[in-house]
Design a protein around this ligand. Sequence first.
Ligand code: UT7
Length: 323
Amino acid sequence: MIRSVVRGFGSSLPARVVTNQELESMVDTTDEWIVQRTGIRQRYLAGEGETTASLGEAAAREALDRAGLMIDDIDLIIVATSTPDNTFPATAVNIQHRLGMKHGVGFDLQAVCSGFVFALTTADAYIRTGLAKRVLVIGAETFSRILDWTDRTTCVLFGDGAGAIILEAVEGEGTIADRGVLTTKLRSDGSNKEKLYVDGGPSTTGTVGQLRMQGREVFKHAVGMITDVVEAAFEATGTTADDVDWLVPHQANIRIIDGSAKKLGIPLEKVVVTVDQHGNTSAASIPLALAVAAGDGRIKQGDLVLLEAMGGGFTWGAVLLRW
Ligand code: UT7
């Protein structure tokens, strides 16, 4: 049985760090409110010349270096983003060109904060069906460019950045002892669109638009959606919360992360948290967190890693993989 095994990882953050204290001079907020309600202490914001494609390219280069691969070894690039450099062409094609890749294919995938989980699922399907051998999966965002910087209920929450992993086809035994992606579970439901959306677009306003969120409403749905897909992933693999070495959740809010971990029965010392440092970087948050925890040696080869996310759409999903 073909498995999609993680061969390398990388990340990239903008140069500028913005603390909560700095935001106090921009909108009516306090460091205390932001820390208590979200766990966020700082975020990175893209400056001039830093874009979704430039951050994604840097994360991809780091992943290739770490894997000891050349760009010619990659067949497919999938970029999960809701903040592309242009409406078209796809940011993945832009990054393909920046990396000097003269063959293969790249495309973008848009599932907002669940984007990386959706992109991994797609990459795994390409690999398992033999359509690709090595896939570069990137989550990259510049949400700072779609925020309303006068709206304190949203602008304090998000940050910019990119993370990348390389998945490679490896023959496995077909058991959960195999390395690689073991199962993926995705869901979406458009009936809650107005709770988290961007109020513009090419086909409606002809503008980029700005992010609008009814935070409390999204919060109410988050833990239930996350635990549903995670439990489906456990059921599909015959695993339980006790088998999980690391939970790497989407980083939106420490209260959602803690609430989901508790409901699932995963102790907090097994949860990778970066929301304090990065804020919510949407599709980039999981690969950024993976790069931190694999980079500092917490996540080791053979560990069972659970990824989960929930975001605009709504979209939500979980991936269980052995590192
Ligand atoms: O990543 C994709 C999915 N997105 C999420 O998961 C986000 C989910 N939602 C959340 O994380 C939380 O709902 C928020 C962090 C957005 C808000 O936390 P909350 O505990 O739900 O607060 P709230 O929206 O109920 O607001 C409480 C109060 C309000 O004042 P009143 O009406 O009680 O007087 C807000 O106006 O806090 C006020 N408030 C602020 N105060 C200081 C809202 N934003 C701020 C702010 N600074 N930045």
